[in-house]
Design a protein around this ligand. Structure first.
Ligand code: NOJ
Length: 570
């Protein structure tokens, strides 16, 4: 018999040997597959120094809130030095922090504090364009022969005052801007102050990958790649086809086939993925990918090769034109079945679009609709991306007159295009001055008028609030094995107004989810669609005024208007 001392020593040795292996296995768990990613618009989240503008120390102050909500990662919209024409999407230095948001030391502290709470940080990588104040562009514009002369898209005009072709900027007007020093035009898909980089020049890729490495070396968890389908343009500069009608800026409608989603971009993305894969801990590449269909979306994953982005955003589900059950069912099914086993990423809200209540709400059932959409976001198999304030149902507050508008497209496009200020208003924390966002009542955008009723403090105390619905679903997503990573199967219930599915955990647990897209109460049988499974289910969560606890008869599941239910089959 080995002595006790010998056994203890042996166990200690085994422990020392196994612990690093277990840690490695845990680190290896692909965190982003189950994650809730929370977008922060840094100007609007929390002001720590009373200037009426959010900042990095403000985000650090709110990490405990984010932890409590259950988010796994935050994506911070651009925080780099910028002239702020496009509120940070015009970058003049990729490796620093804009003084209005703080310093690099503040960033390092934010990262360290977030890591302590197991919250990852995702940076916004704006690689299609820089600011026109970036030293690269200043040098490039200085002559036709300088070392960076070819870093941007420069072309001769077709004659005096005539740009190289008919391409339009998505922010209005020609996509070409004349520069007298070079006596040439430069191309800008976005604002004039956002010249497009020339990705056909390998030096540009080199510089951009170095920039990504700078942040990866600091320990960020990955990137959200801004406007990534627009990196390449057709080099022949053929005119785009003109379509009938005019756009919001009064320009003729045009195709954008030669300006975006060119095949060349995929080579860059594959190389980027290879580079990012050299870092440990599953760094992630997320794409801002507005695409026409699921087949195009699959290409951004690298299809069956899985060698491009891990998470291009699926804008088909969350940015559906209307709240139509058949459309949603089809889009969710597509994401499950037509992505070569790649992981879907659903997004319903961001800083560029009116919030979902403003897009899908009917003015009567807005809360129920938002709750039901949250059920889709958090209980499907998709990775979930949310936008600050969604969890309290922050409103979209569109400016009522042109002189209030801050977003330049809202000024140039007024009144057809009112800009994106409405979805960027300060976070509503409590009922005090500036909703607790700032001690300064003069915030960069006005706080939405409903802040005394719609805020974190008030909603924390209301059991039926949107905030508590979010917390409940996010907690289920973490703790319930079926919702966490169970296999998803869509159900055909025979009721066209219902979208339903199951999640089945490896341990056999089955959770059924049903969402109603009807303004009238529905009763639906899930029994047939579920086949041989049990006849009853235990409610885990129900929205829209549905019964919170208790047993559900799967032959007659009641759903209130736009209600949803998450239940464990018995
Ligand atoms: C997409 C960003 O989300 C948007 O806010 C920005 O204006 C454009 N890209 C240009 O960077």
């Amino acid at each position: 018999m080995p002595s006790r001392k010998f056994t203890a020593l042996w166990l200690l040795a085994l422990g020392l040997f196994l612990t690093p292996l277990l840690h490695a296995a845990a680190a290896d768990e692909v965190w982003w597959k189950h994650a809730v990613i929370y977008e922060i618009y840094p100007r609007s989240f929390q002001d720590s120094n009373g200037d009426g503008m959010g900042d990095l120390n403000g985000i650090t102050e709110r990490l405990d809130y984010l932890k409590d909500l259950g988010v796994d990662a935050i994506w911070i919209a651009p925080l780099y030095p910028s002239p702020q024409v496009d509120f940070g999407y015009d970058i003049s230095d990729y490796e620093n922090v804009d003084p209005q948001y703080g310093t690099l030391a503040d960033f390092d502290r934010l990262l360290a504090e977030a890591q302590k709470r197991n919250i990852r940080i995702i940076m916004d990588a704006v690689m299609n364009h820089t600011s026109d104040k970036h030293p690269w562009f200043i040098e490039s514009a200085s002559s036709r022969t300088n070392p960076k002369a070819d870093w941007y898209i420069w072309r001769d005009g077709k004659g005096p005052g005539k740009p190289p072709n008919n391409w339009l900027s998505t922010f209005g007007g020609s996509a070409w801007q004349f520069d007298p020093a070079r006596n040439q035009y430069y191309y800008h898909y976005f604002y004039i102050q956002q010249p497009d980089l020339n990705w056909r020049n390998p030096q540009v890729e080199h510089a951009m990958f170095n920039m990504l490495r700078f942040w990866l070396d600091k320990g960020v968890a990955g990137f959200r790649l801004d406007a990534v389908p627009t990196l390449f343009e057709d080099p022949t500069l053929t005119d785009e086809k003109i379509l009938p009608g005019k756009n919001k800026f009064g320009d003729p409608n045009e195709e954008t086939k030669l300006q975006e989603n060119l095949p060349e971009v995929h080579g860059v993305i594959r190389r980027m993925r290879t580079m990012v894969n050299t870092y440990p801990n599953n760094r992630v590449l997320i794409g801002e990918t507005y695409l026409p269909n699921v087949q195009e979306l699959d290409k951004w994953y690298g299809g069956a090769k899985h060698n491009e982005l891990q998470l291009p955003m699926d804008m088909q589900v969350g940015f559906e034109k209307k709240l139509d059950a058949n459309e949603f069912r089809q889009r969710i099914t597509d994401a499950e079945t037509k992505l070569d086993g790649n992981q879907p990423l659903f997004v319903f809200d961001n800083h560029d679009n009116p919030r979902s209540a403003a897009r899908y709400g009917d003015g009567v059932h807005n809360k129920a609709i938002d709750q039901m959409l949250a059920t889709i976001l958090f209980t499907t198999h998709s990775t979930a991306m949310m936008y600050y304030g969604d969890e309290i149902e922050m409103p979209t507050t569109v400016p009522t007159s042109k002189d209030q508008v801050k977003d330049p497209i809202g000024i140039s496009g007024w009144p057809q295009e009112k800009g994106r200020d409405g979805e960027r208003t300060p976070m509503q924390w409590n009922s005090s001055t500036a909703a607790g966002f700032s001690t300064n009542p003069n915030t960069w955008l006005p706080v939405a008028p409903d802040y005394k009723e719609v805020n974190v403090e008030v909603e924390s105390k209301e059991p039926d609030s949107m905030l508590n619905w979010y917390k409940k679903l996010i907690a289920l997503r973490r703790t319930d094995p079926a919702i966490h990573d169970g296999v998803m199967k869509m159900l055909e219930t025979g009721n066209q107004q219902i979208v339903a599915w199951t999640r089945k955990a490896p341990n056999g647990e089955v959770v059924v989810v049903a969402c109603s897209f009807a303004a009238e109460p529905q009763s639906v049988s899930l029994q047939k669609a579920l086949g041989g499974s049990g006849k009853t289910a235990k409610t885990l969560a129900a929205s829209g005024g549905g019964e919170q606890n208790g047993t559900v008869d799967l032959n007659a599941v009641s759903l209130p208007a736009y209600g949803s239910i998450v239940a464990q089959v018995q």
